[in-house]
Design a protein around this ligand. Structure first.
Ligand SMILES: NC(=O)c1ccc[n+]([C@@H]2O[C@H](COP(=O)([O-])OP(=O)(O)OC[C@H]3O[C@@H](n4cnc5c(N)ncnc54)[C@H](OP(=O)(O)O)[C@@H]3O)[C@@H](O)[C@H]2O)c1
Length: 257
């Protein structure tokens, strides 16, 4: 068994690249996962040269449970995973009644199914190894229903609930679970989800991806359960607790128009 590794999903773009840079700067050996192998290869070459670490590229389509299971087996073959960053994710903008549902089902498979599958494997593996940390990517979307992004918001509500529950189960053990809940962040996520024109992305400044990743990384190292970076996002996270659910959903619909 070699040194302890950090596995990052969705490492070809956006926040995943920033997590890879943070882990590399700490001298951690990395496993980078996403579908775009060319981007993973380029990042791996850059990080190996700059930090003298080992970086393995493991392309995988996480919307496929068998591919996800095969990835975990490959990643843990003669390796110990110390940190899992469950970052891969996607969203879809549009009325629930419209479209063929293909992207929505992919978001359920990646945001929910693959995240659960990898975390399930990871917490058992980490307990055996004597400790470890899981960082899950939630969203401020997880705190309230999202008309016109109904499935995405529901997937992130699931991530938040699952992360908090498992963190409580693991209280007092050397394995921790942290959920990072960013608001709108400057990556290609909004473009992929067809969200660039919506009020939320037009009216509020988008956060810098490197700063958001740093906030999550720090919180993970401290073993914190939830981190919501930025004052406006904290309002989005806490206001729904005080307002009636129907009103919250109506206001969310305005932001997502
Ligand atoms: N940006 C925001 O405003 C924002 C706000 C809150 C939360 N988040 C969350 O932050 C996380 C990262 O998002 P981002 O903003 O960095 O988005 P991004 O730039 O679009 O990156 C998404 C990453 O997920 C990977 N991915 C998507 N589908 C995949 C699949 N089927 N199999 C494997 N990998 C897949 C992509 O890689 P490939 O395409 O190469 O497969 C890519 O590396 C997501 O969970 C997102 O929900 C983002």
């Amino acid at each position: 068994m070699s040194a302890k590794w950090t596995l990052i999903t969705g490492a070809s773009e956006g926040l995943g690249v920033e997590f890879a840079r943070l882990a590399a700067a700490e001298g951690r050996d990395l496993i980078l996962v996403a579908r775009q192998a060319d981007k993973l290869d380029a990042l791996a070459a850059e990080l190996r040269a700059r930090h003298r670490i080992a970086v393995e590229v493991m392309p995988a389509d996480l919307s496929d449970p068998e591919a996800t299971e095969a990835l975990w087996r490959r990643a843990t073959h003669r390796r110990a995973i110390e940190i899992l960053v469950n970052n891969a994710g996607l969203g879809d903008n549009g009325a629930f009644a419209e479209g063929d549902g293909g992207r929505e089902m992919s978001s359920v498979m990646v945001n929910v199914a693959a995240l659960t599958q990898l975390m399930k494997r990871a917490v058992a593996h980490m307990a055996q190894q004597g400790g470890g940390r899981v960082l899950n990517l939630g969203s401020t979307a997880g705190f309230l229903p999202g008309p016109n992004m109904a499935v995405y918001h529901a997937t992130k509500a699931y991530v938040l609930s699952l992360s908090e529950a498992v963190a409580e189960e693991l209280r007092g053990t050397p394995v921790s679970v942290t959920v990072l809940c960013p608001g709108a962040t400057a990556t290609r996520f909004a473009e992929g989800a067809g969200m660039e024109g919506i009020f939320l992305f037009r009216s509020l400044p988008t956060a810098d991806a490197a700063r958001v990743a740093r906030a999550g990384w720090r919180a993970m190292h401290r073993g914190r359960r939830i981190v919501v970076p930025g004052p406006i996002n904290k309002v989005f996270a806490f206001a729904p607790r005080l307002s009636p659910r129907a009103l919250t959903t109506r206001v969310a619909a305005m932001f997502l128009k």
